[in-house]
Ligand binder design. Structure first.
Ligand code: BGC
Ligand code: NOJ
Length: 814
């Protein structure tokens, strides 16, 4: 069952009922100012950091779900309704929500009054625009009221929901004409405030929540809206809000447009203290200038058109055209869109991530880069250096950092031993895309301390050596607190029955080892070797090659279980992910990574591992993380077995590692299977089961309940997942096979044999490649011939052209 449809021409998903199984959201903003907006207008905004600079308040776990947002109430006679249906939930005569690239449009009507609301963040601006057009489709004149409503957050979202003894006394606002200013904390910090304004004279306003809603009131029926009368309240403490009252009169057929602006304004540091003696009044200069930029419908529409152009341009760097409509839709629009969102948000703010719990993840952001780097390479470069600056001098790293301060989060600390290798992965992707080796020379701090800086190349060296310097009893990499699988905590013990686990300290080991990290080491170690050679570091390149060869041997000796790769050894040297285990006999992660690293490819281990995945882990909705699930809690395994069978890391379909398997299948040349794995979790291909899947049908979710869970097929944690980058990598670089490499673009498709071929356009290092792939023999993999601008070339890497900006490439598979 569907709740909408894809509109590819407009790059939108159109939701046709407000009653989707869960709120289906979109993200506005692509650089500093962001909003989350659901298909019923729920959501919130923040500047740079969802924890530290939150503009509007949102209540996770609210009842009803998703009942705070940026709302517009229309009151005509006794009827009160909202263009996005919530929070009044008044039945609408028409409703559509169009989630597009960086904007959402709501088209609804009630009693022949039509509303069109478009919310977006203009390119390069720190504000959200809400353009509201009202049209009278009746034969009578209509007189009605519009009330806007946002609830301000007192900036630090964590304090905002915990520190009420202070918060109830700090709230302050100013109102000047149609502009409402939220200036809590300005008295002390004087550098920022929020603005909520409309481009028309108002008939009233409110800034105090209790005045607007009424005592014990709720936003489904605010007292001010019900009585059709603003109170012009000025908040003092308690809960500041912003509401404008507009009385509107429309002749039959007439339309009127209002432009609302919600902005974050920051005074430059040098101006921060100007006017300190003036009793804390805000400096409105910047706000007034910004309001002028959006004070007419024409200006707001021009900004929306500019945003659309921005996205058209971004998405034009990689496009495909094939007989598979859903493939084209995903590659040309939604994969890349989700990659941008995960790059911006990491795992911080979604409807499943509160914006408070997690900032930017070290491993997460390095992986997000893989799918983002072709979009805006400069931002990827900056991000790599930001991430590296949170590394410690021994190569280990803070697991997370705050986007605002760019400093490591000491509450979470370090100890995830896969982290350093992801830095090599992200850097290699950046260099392959851009050919820019100058990044290696950038002076980059450790632990955000500029006095402890080296060039960036040294960060890579320390990352690589961190693994070699931390090997365990079998010479496999020590896992530390966990590797990619945060919940596999193998250095655990408990002293008392029923007590939660503790971890071994350095004096007791800790001994647990990871076959997964070994796979990563081999795969990304090869990139490290290439980078060393390019810099003329031949001794280091040789040393690394030897360490990689040694690790491959170790994996085949100590990390192979007969039919698949083992997962790990725990602190007591017991095998994890082995046929000898009671539960958790086979895990997905080492199969993906060891095969991508081609460990035992010639010896047949890779194919065998892929066959085992298919045999033991496959389901109709995707591949589960492990089998059988842990049925009971194992203190020595940590968090993993705390989940009920079939959820999350305990045998859920963890979407993030499905593309690893799809890519691994391309390594063994099985295009049909790579395709099957790709399509089984791919949003466009499973849109028809939206009532089972429940999350947004246009983006990936982190997890789908596995076959051992009661709700098999139900997804959770939509949007912010490494699945976004990895599936784009899978489909673009391994299935379609258009892969940036150090010396040029490689074309190496591994497709379903039924596909006749495809056309692609790829911008790469300033050149546009028009690539045509034909598959006359209906093979799954293999390039029989390649011509570049009509000239046959050896192999399947396009030599870097000189003096050309357009290149035509013809590839025949066979
Ligand atoms: C989740 C993991 C997540 C981790 C982050 C765990 O509870 O299951 O998926 O990576 O928390 O800290
Ligand atoms: C989500 C985390 O963000 C990611 O870093 C981790 O690899 C997966 N969960 C698996 O545990």
């Amino acid at each position: 069952m569907k709740f909408g449809y894809f509109d590819d021409a407009n790059k939108e998903y159109v939701i046709t009922s407000p009653k989707t199984p869960l709120p289906w959201i979109n993200y506005l903003g692509s650089e500093n100012f962001f909003s989350l907006i659901s298909n019923t207008c729920g959501g919130y905004s923040f500047y740079k950091d969802a924890k530290l600079l939150r503009l509007t308040r949102y209540r996770y776990n609210n009842v009803p779900f998703d009942s705070n947002g940026h709302y517009y109430y229309i009151k005509e006679g006794d009827t009160i309704w909202n263009p996005g249906w919530m929070p009044t939930k008044t039945d609408l005569d028409a409703y559509e929500c169009h989630h597009g690239m960086g904007y959402s449009t709501f088209r609804s009507s009630k009693n022949d009054l039509q509303a069109e609301l478009t919310a977006f963040v203009p390119v390069g601006k720190n504000c959200e625009i809400n353009q509201l057009t009202l049209t009278n489709n009746s034969k009578e004149t209509k007189d009605f009221s519009v009330f806007s409503y946002v609830e301000f957050c007192l900036w630090n979202a964590m304090d905002d929901m915990t520190n009420f003894q202070r918060n109830f006394s700090t709230g302050e606002v100013e109102v000047h004409g149609s502009a409402i200013y939220h200036k809590t904390e300005y008295r002390e910090r004087r550098n920022h405030y929020a603005l909520y304004a409309v481009n028309a004279p108002v008939d009233g306003f409110d800034t105090d929540r209790d005045s607007f809603l009424g005592a014990y009131g709720e936003n489904s029926a605010p007292e001010v809206v019900v009585s059709d009368q603003s109170k012009n309240s000025i908040a003092s403490g308690w809960a500041p809000v912003g509401s404008h009252h507009l009385k509107v009169s429309l002749a039959p057929g007439e339309s009127k447009t209002f432009v609302f602006i919600l902005a974050y304004i920051e005074n430059p540091v040098e101006e921060k203290w100007i006017g300190r003696a003036e009793d804390g009044k805000i400096n409105r200069t910047r706000a007034e200038a910004l309001m002028k930029e959006f004070d007419t419908k024409e200006k707001s529409e021009a900004a929306l058109a500019e945003l659309k152009k921005y996205w058209d341009e971004l998405l034009s760097h990689f496009t495909v055209s094939s007989s598979e409509e859903k493939l084209d839709r995903m590659v040309n629009i939604w994969h890349q869109y989700q990659c941008m969102v995960t790059f911006n948000m990491s795992r911080s703010a979604s409807y499943f991530e509160s914006g408070i719990g997690r900032g930017m993840g070290f491993r997460d952001s390095c992986q997000d880069l893989l799918g983002f780097v072709h979009l805006i390479p400069d931002r990827a470069r900056e991000r790599i250096l930001d991430i590296a600056a949170t590394q410690f001098e021994d190569g280990s790293a803070y697991h997370q950092y705050q986007p605002l301060t760019k400093k490591g989060n000491s509450d979470i600390g370090s100890g995830f031993n896969d982290d350093p290798l992801w830095l090599i992965a992200g850097t290699a992707a950046y260099i392959k895309e851009t050919g820019d080796y100058t990044i290696l020379d950038e002076k980059t701090p450790y632990d955000s301390d500029p006095s402890k800086a080296t060039d960036f190349m040294e960060h890579l060296r320390r990352s690589f050596h961190y693994t070699i310097d931390h090997l365990g009893p079998h010479k496999l990499p020590l896992i530390g607190r966990a590797d990619w699988n945060d919940c596999l905590n193998l250095n655990c013990f408990s002293t008392e029955p029923g007590e939660s686990f503790q971890t071994f300290g350095p004096s007791e080991g800790p001994n647990a080892e990871s076959v997964f990290i070994a796979g990563m080491f081999v795969r990304y170690g090869k990139d490290y070797v290439e980078i060393c050679r390019h810099r003329g570091l031949e001794d280091e390149a040789k040393l690394a090659e030897n360490a990689i060869a040694e690790m491959e041997k170790t994996v085949l000796d100590a990390g192979w279980d007969g039919e698949w790769f083992l997962r790990a050894y725990d602190h007591y040297k017991n095998k994890i992910g082995s046929k000898e285990c009671e539960d958790g006999k086979i895990f997905i992660e080492p199969q993906g990574f060891c095969v991508m690293a081609e460990i035992g490819l010639k010896e047949g281990n890779c194919l065998k591992a892929m066959e085992s995945v298919e045999k033991y882990l496959d389901t109709k909705y995707g591949i589960v993380l492990l089998q059988p699930p842990y049925h009971r809690y194992h203190v020595e395994l940590g968090e993993i077995s705390s989940y009920p069978p079939g959820y999350k890391e305990n045998a859920g379909i963890f979407c993030h590692n499905n593309p690893w398997i799809s890519i691994a299948e391309t390594v063994v040349g099985r295009g049909n299977r790579a395709w099957q794995v790709y399509t089984r979790t791919c949003p466009a291909y499973i849109e028809d089961i939206s009532e089972i899947h429940r999350t947004e049908p246009y983006v990936y979710s982190q997890m789908i309940a596995g076959k051992d869970a009661p709700n098999f097929g139900e997804a959770k944690n939509s949007w912010l997942t490494g699945t976004a980058a990895w599936t784009f990598l899978d489909v673009s670089q391994y299935i379609l096979g258009i892969r940036p490499d150090y010396d040029g673009l490689t074309v190496d498709p591994c497709i379903p044999s039924t596909l006749d071929g495809f056309e692609a356009k790829r911008d790469f290092r300033g050149v546009t490649y028009h690539i045509s792939v034909r598959n006359p023999k209906h093979v799954e993999k293999g390039v029989a011939s390649m011509t570049v601008d009509g000239i046959a070339v050896d192999g399947n890497t396009i030599p870097l052209p000189t003096g050309k900006t357009e290149v035509s490439v013809e590839v025949v598979m066979g």
